[in-house]
Design a protein around this ligand. Structure first.
Ligand code: EPZ
Length: 417
């Protein structure tokens, strides 16, 4: 199994370009099911999760053409099957987002339940509840969601807790429902806003994107559209932290400053100098890193997807901090590996107390999930000696050409068998 080898202690300097967002691309690819026309998505990142979604849509008979490097056109006019197999869904739980579009467009769907995940139970009960509120008949049988409807009927659904892909599923389904749908306590993530923008380009009638209440007036049909995918805000912050902890100077290009305001505000407290421009930022690190306490929350709060990376920054800060994880009940899997690298971290329920140490040591470590693998890379960049990270297939799900990008700004990182 492939591993990453990192020799730590080298400052990162230079320019790095951010890829398109994985979590924006995936729901927009699923949205192609809603129309019989061409949906073109530009700046799709070359990631394992994107390839899984392409395999899933292809298995249903959706025509997929690669226009050029990161541009694909999807056409679902000749869809044959409304089935999402366990084989595909188990590798990527975001596959659940074909459920709403299949139901709304074809009145039927058979989609595997996603199953377990390292960072938490992650049920999809709210997706099902929301679709049932729109009148879908749903049965769970042999590990599959069997859903059917004559036609979805607009209604009001209040999420008891915010769900990103849950909101995406109901939003997509409601575009072809009869009448008006109100989604209350909706997710406000930029990825949801861009999904809604694409749907409106396709002829949907959606208002309130980015707010707690989204209103959708159902239409008979949706047309074709083309859109450029927003930059990956999680990759942006991951690379920013890489620059800060290695005391480097970076220019990070292709960012959207509006999507990272809160994280930038928080990270600015560690002492680094961050200058934001229209679509890039410049970092000048400081010699000392100050600790930053925080808790994760749904957007516009601090994303849970940067919790592990921010924890690494705090492992070498001058002082202590507290990190509270409020979204997923098991998202501290990286802590044990960081402790093997000499970090001083104590877990108390959903709170981690991090006491800064002067240096991390290298070690052989194992990635447990996507963002934990990013955190281990960051730790390897500052550890004394050679760190070897196992199970990097997690990383390839969400970071495009990571070792190439890091090597170009001075990191000593390579991939081995
Ligand atoms: C999305 O997952 C992202 N994935 C995750 O990013 C991200 O961590 C998460 O949102 C939170 O920001 C994609 O966009 C593809 P949720 P999602 O539904 O939608 C509970 C990454 O690293 N819940 O917002 O699956 C759930 O268990 C990934 O790129 C229910 O109880 O997350 C969690 O505690 C990891 N029932 C909370 O809600 C439901 O039906 C929020 O989860 C749905 C969710």
């Amino acid at each position: 199994m492939k591993k990453l080898v990192i020799n730590g202690g080298y400052p990162l300097n230079g320019c790095i370009r951010i890829s398109g967002s994985k979590n924006a691309a995936l729901p927009m690819m699923a949205a192609s099911i809603l129309s019989d026309c061409d949906i073109t998505l530009n700046r799709i990142p070359n990631l394992a999760d994107v390839r899984t979604m392409i395999a899933l849509l292809d298995s249903m008979g959706i025509k997929i053409e690669k226009n050029h490097k990161s541009s694909f056109t999807f056409n679902a006019s000749e869809i044959e099957s409304k089935f999402a197999s366990y084989e595909l869904v188990k590798t990527m739980r975001a596959s659940i987002m074909v459920l709403g579009p299949l139901l709304a467009k074809h009145g039927e769907a058979k989609v595997s339940l996603p199953g377990g995940c390292a960072i938490g139970a992650r049920p999809v009960d709210l997706h099902i509840q929301g679709l049932e509120k729109l009148g879908a008949m749903i049965e769970i049988k042999d590990g599959y969601i069997l859903a059917s409807t004559e036609r979805l009927i607009g209604s009001t659904y209040t999420f008891p807790k915010k769900s990103v892909t849950g909101t995406a599923n109901i939003l997509m389904a409601a575009t072809l429902a009869e009448g008006e749908t109100k989604i209350l306590n909706a997710a406000c993530e930029p990825e949801i806003v861009q999904l809604g923008e694409l749907l409106n380009f396709m002829g949907a009638k959606i208002e309130g994107l980015g707010e707690d209440c989204i209103i959708i007036e159902g239409v008979e049909n949706l047309e074709g559209a083309e859109i450029e995918i927003i930059p990956d805000r999680i990759e942006t912050i991951t690379m920013l932290i890489a620059g800060i902890i290695t005391q480097g100077e970076l220019k990070i290009e292709n960012i959207n400053p509006l999507h990272i305001q809160k994280p930038i505000e928080l990270i600015g407290q560690c002492g680094a100098k961050i200058e934001i421009s229209e679509d890039y930022l410049c970092l000048k690190s400081s010699n000392e890193i100050l600790p930053i306490s925080f808790e994760t929350n749904p957007y516009p709060g601090i994303p849970t997807d940067i919790q592990a990376q921010l924890m690494v920054l705090n492992t070498v800060a001058q002082g202590d901090c507290e990190i509270k994880e409020t979204i997923f009940e098991n998202r501290f899997m990286h802590v044990l590996e960081l402790k093997r690298m000499g970090a001083n971290i104590e877990i108390d329920g959903n709170t981690a107390i991090v006491r800064g140490v002067s240096r991390l040591n290298s070690a052989q470590v194992m990635a447990t999930d996507l963002r934990a693998s990013a955190a281990l890379i960051l730790a390897g960049l500052i550890a004394d000696g050679e760190t070897i990270i196992d199970r990097i297939y997690h990383l390839d799900r969400g970071y495009e050409r990571v070792e190439e990008k890091l090597s170009n700004i001075g990191a000593k990182v390579s991939r081995i068998d």
